[in-house]
Design a protein around this ligand. Structure first.
Ligand code: ASP
Length: 437
C-alpha cells in the first residue's frame, strides 16, 4: 500500500501543528510521500504565509526592499522551528532565500518560498528526503502541466523511503519557477500520487470532509461519506471549497481515490472520492449542494434570433476578445442570456462588452441584471429518481423564492438554479431541508 499525504495550510500553521503532521505521517509507514502547503492562518484575522509573500513581492517592486511582510515571514518560520524543538539552521536558510528573492524578483518565485521552506523543515522533522518541486514538476511554455513531470518525479523517488515535496509550484523547462493557481498544493498532491503509483491520495485539511452544504448557511450539515470524481468536480467548481477543483485530473487516469481527512480529528472517516471504476451508487438522490454568488446576467432579445446563423458565434466572439468566460447560457427561441462572474466585468469591461454586442448583433433589447446567485444541486441519484426536480422546485417555491434561471447539466448530474443573491441563503436552506432532513 502506498499513500500520498498532502497537508494544507492550517495543518502547517505553527510548530505544534508541524509535530501533529509528523505524528500522522509516522503513524503509517505507507505514507511515503508527503506534500505540504505553506503555513496558513493560526487564528481568525491571522495572515497566511502565501499572502505575506505576495505583499513582500509588491513591496520589493515598489520600494526595492522586502519590508515588514517578509519580516513576519521570517518570524513565523523561526517560531515554527523553535516550537518543533528541531535543531535546524532556519536563519541561514531564510537569509539565502531572501537573497534569491531579491535577485530573481518574480512574484511566483517569491510566493513559492512559502511551500519550499515548509517542506525543508518538514523533511528535517521526519528525517525524510526533500525533493524540490522545481526539479520535478514541469510546466509547458503555455502554462499547462508537462506530462514529463510524472517521469521526472518517478525517477526522483527511486531508492527513497520517504520524501517531502513542496506543493503549489514547479518550473518551466528553463528552470523559471511558476506556481499553480491558489490552493494548488492539492494539484501537486494529485500529480505526486499518480507518479508514485499510489493506492490512495490523502488530503489532510481542517474539516472532516465534504459537507452536504455550506456549514455557514446550514448549521451542522451532514458529512458526505463518499462521492464520485464527477460529483466532486461539480461541487468544488461551484464553490465547495475543500479541494482545488482541478485536483482530480492527474489521479483520474490512474484510478486513485482521494480521501479528505481532518488533521485535527484524524480518527474521523472524512470523505472518500472515488474514480468511476470504484464508485458505487449509494442510494441518495442528492449528494451535495454548492453555490456561488454575485453573477451578472447579460440578457439579449431579438426576433427571429433562431434563424440568424452565427448569432451566438458573434456574441461569444465579443466575450472571447475580452478574455471573459461565461458560466451558463440559457436560451429561448428569441432570447439568450449569459451568466458571468461579476468580478470579470469590473472597471468598465461590462459597458464595453455591451457596446460591442450591440454593434455585432443589433439586438432588439439588451438588458443587464446584477446580483444573481447560482445553486448547484448535485448527485448521480438525480437521474435515477423520478420527481427530483418537482421536489427541488417545490421546496424553492415554498420558501417564496423566485427562480431566475434553470440549467440541467446534460449528464443529469446537476441542476443549477439561479436566484437573486438576496434569496441565496434561504434557497440553500430550503433545498437542504427537502433532501437531507
Ligand atoms: N499556499 C498556497 C495558497 O495559499 C497554495 C496552497 O496552500 O495550496 O494558495
Amino acid at each position: 500500500m502506498i499513500k500520498v499525504a498532502k497537508f494544507g495550510g492550517t495543518s502547517m500553521a505553527d510548530g505544534v501543528n508541524f509535530r501533529r503532521v509528523a505524528d500522522i505521517v509516522n503513524a503509517d509507514s505507507s505514507r511515503r510521500f508527503v506534500v505540504v502547503s505553506a503555513p496558513g492562518k493560526r487564528y481568525g484575522g491571522d495572515t497566511k504565509i502565501t499572502d505575506l509573500l505576495y505583499s513582500a513581492h509588491t513591496a520589493l517592486e515598489a520600494t526595492g526592499a522586502l519590508g515588514e511582510s517578509f519580516k513576519k515571514v521570517r518570524e513565523r518560520y523561526v517560531s515554527v522551528v523553535r516550537e518543533t524543538g528541531l535543531d535546524f539552521a532556519i536563519e541561514e536558510l531564510l537569509d539565502r532565500t531572501e537573497e534569491e528573492i531579491k535577485k530573481i524578483r518574480s512574484a511566483d518565485f517569491t510566493v513559492s518560498r512559502g511551500e519550499y521552506l515548509a517542506a525543508k523543515v518538514m523533511a528535517a522533522l521526519l528525517g525524510a528526503d526533500f525533493i524540490d518541486a522545481k526539479d520535478v514538476i514541469r510546466f509547458t511554455a503555455d502554462g499547462k502541466l508537462d506530462e514529463a513531470s510524472f517521469a521526472l518525479l518517478a525517477e526522483a523517488f527511486k531508492g527513497k523511503k520517504r520524501t517531502v515535496i513542496p506543493g503549489f509550484y514547479g518550473a518551466l523547462k528553463d528552470g523559471t519557477v511558476k506556481t499553480f493557481t491558489r490552493g494548488g498544493s492539492d494539484i501537486t498532491g494529485a500529480i505526486t500520487a499518480r507518479a508514485a503509483g499510489a493506492d490512495l491520495y490523502e488530503n489532510w485539511t481542517d474539516v472532516s470532509g465534504f459537507m452536504a452544504c455550506d456549514p455557514r448557511i446550514v448549521e451542522n450539515p451532514e458529512r458526505i461519506p463518499s462521492l464520485s470524481y464527477q460529483e466532486l468536480r461539480e461541487l468544488s467548481y461551484m464553490g465547495a471549497n475543500v479541494l482545488h477543483s482541478e485536483s482530480i485530473f492527474p489521479v483520474r487516469e490512474a484510478d486513485i481515490p482521494i480521501q479528505i481527512k481532518n488533521t485535527f480529528r484524524p480518527e474521523d472517516d472524512g470523505t472518500l472520492i472515488l474514480p468511476p471504476s470504484k464508485y458505487r451508487y449509494g442510494g441518495r438522490t442528492v449528494t451535495g449542494i454548492a453555490g456561488k454568488t454575485h453573477f451578472t446576467v447579460i440578457f439579449l432579445e431579438k426576433s427571429l434570433m433562431n434563424a440568424e446563423i452565427g448569432f451566438t458565434y458573434k456574441v461569444l466572439s465579443v466575450l472571447y476578445r475580452h478574455g471573459v468566460s461565461f458560466e451558463h447560457m440559457p436560451t429561448g427561441i428569441d432570447t439568450m442570456s449569459f451568466l458571468i462572474d461579476g468580478a470579470l466585468l469590473e472597471g468598465g469591461v461590462l459597458e464595453q462588452i455591451c457596446r460591442e454586442i450591440k454593434e455585432a448583433v443589433n439586438p432588439d433589447h439588451l438588458r443587464v441584471y446584477d446580483d444573481v446567485s447560482l445553486i448547484a444541486v448535485v448527485g448521480h441519484g438525480m437521474s435515477k429518481n423520478v420527481g427530483t426536480s418537482a421536489r427541488l422546485f417545490g421546496a424553492i417555491a415554498s420558501a417564496g423564492v423566485n427562480v431566475r434561471m434553470i440549467d440541467q447539466g446534460s449528464s443529469e448530474l446537476n441542476i443549477i438554479v439561479g436566484v437573486d443573491t438576496e434569496d441565496y441563503e434561504r434557497t440553500v436552506r430550503a433545498v437542504y431541508r427537502e433532501f437531507f432532513e
